[in-house]
Design a protein around this ligand. Sequence first.
Ligand code: ZN
Length: 246
Amino acid sequence: MRFLVLSDLHANWHALDAVLNDAEGQYEQIVCCGDLVGYNAQPARVLEWTRQNCVAVIRGNHDKVVAGLEDLEWFNEVAQVAARWTIQQLSEEQLLFLRELPKGPYSLPDFTMYHGSPRDEDEYLITGREAAASFDSIQLPLNFFGHTHLEGGFFQMRGRLGAIPQLKKNESETVLELHPDIAYLINPGSVGQPRDGDPRASYAIFDSEKRTVSLRRVSYPIDATAEEIYAAGLPDVLAFRLYQGL
Ligand code: ZN
């Protein structure tokens, strides 16, 4: 089975569409590590696509805030404005869908998904120290997480920790061959708002038979997403940051 692994879609339809075109015919099932909405201007469309196409979705912190499960005050001002706007765009039924999303960890037979980290759905897993603590909490060797919007992650073999780097700017794919004695915490990166300095949409494909994870990047029409942000009256900075990938 081949899984398309997505995270942090953040209501960016054009980025999601580019990912689906790029990955077409190369997967059987789709999973999502959370944050369907927030920041960008197509929350209803991205939510409905997710609902109809993903076999497993867990909630992210933006999904929780928009669903009314967590207080807005934890967000910075720009994220608050976007969350308030997003609530207005969604139907009661769509808000209920967000409210009922399961929280990570969420396990399928071959891997476990988290939004933040194995220890806490809201933890940002960035440093080796955080990763080392996370490896103590995993059940399966293969794990996918999101939240940081940084493609890459960590691996651990006999207590030794290593980093999985993001792709170089001139690469569009790197294939990790999974080793049976190594545990992995892999971030597919963000579809809708990459923050690792590469503005291309980011995603992964896991092949459970070949035991490989491909990390991928694909360009998308950022102008189209930016225009929607301006038209919606959302803060301009949400468009500017997409061009920088920050
Ligand atoms: Zn996010």
